[in-house]
Ligand binder design. Structure first.
Ligand SMILES: Cc1cc2nc3c(=O)[nH]c(=O)nc-3n(C[C@H](O)[C@H](O)[C@H](O)COP(=O)(O)O)c2cc1C
Length: 152
């Protein structure tokens, strides 16, 4: 299965760390969203799409990138976000946009990550050291479960 991971990460590189672990686990290509020509996405069997969360949602630039993707058939996707709260609900806009384009969304992942946004800076931020080894283990488990389910 040809796999790619495409990410947006601007605050502390948290989402990039998770994206790197996903690309290692799937032995796939890793791309920052800016470097992707959306029309190449049709070449893949599975693509992971991930972003940090800014003001309650994935980055506007990343959502715009998804809006500009071509319609696809037979391409599976999984989504992931990193945020201060770590809520899985933050994945919803990613899932919705990808499904509009015809992707089959087969999984989602979220985790808490280092956050120094706004007043948090004064107290040195929260979730220091995250994502950590435990999150990377969860990434690996997620990837292994997905590979098994999709007969990789
Ligand atoms: C401008 C800004 C707004 C943020 N808003 C939220 C938010 O609404 N909810 C939340 O849980 N985390 C929020 N965060 C924390 C980030 O989602 C978190 O640090 C994330 O891991 C950043 O990913 P990155 O390092 O890959 O950019 C915000 C961070 C910044 C810089």
């Amino acid at each position: 299965m040809k796999t790619a991971v495409i990410y947006y990460s601007s605050h502390h590189g948290n989402t990039l760390k998770i994206a790197e672990k996903f690309s290692e686990s799937f032995e796939g290509n890793l791309f920052e969203y800016k470097d992707v020509d959306g029309y190449n996405t049709v070449e893949y069997d599975l693509i992971g799409f991930g972003s940090g969360i800014y003001h309650g949602k994935p980055a506007n630039e990343f959502l715009e990138f998804l809006d500009e993707l071509p319609d696809v058939k037979n391409v599976k996707a999984f989504v992931f976000t990193t945020s201060g709260r770590g809520s899985e609900k933050y994945n919803i806009p990613l899932k919705e946009k990808l499904e509009e384009k015809g992707f089959e969304v087969v999984g989602e992942f979220s985790c808490k990550a280092f956050d120094t946004w706004g007043p948090l800076k004064i107290i040195g931020g929260k979730n220091k050291g995250k994502p950590d080894e435990n999150d990377f283990r969860r990434v690996k488990e997620f990837a292994n479960e997905l590979k098994e389910r999709l007969n990789f």
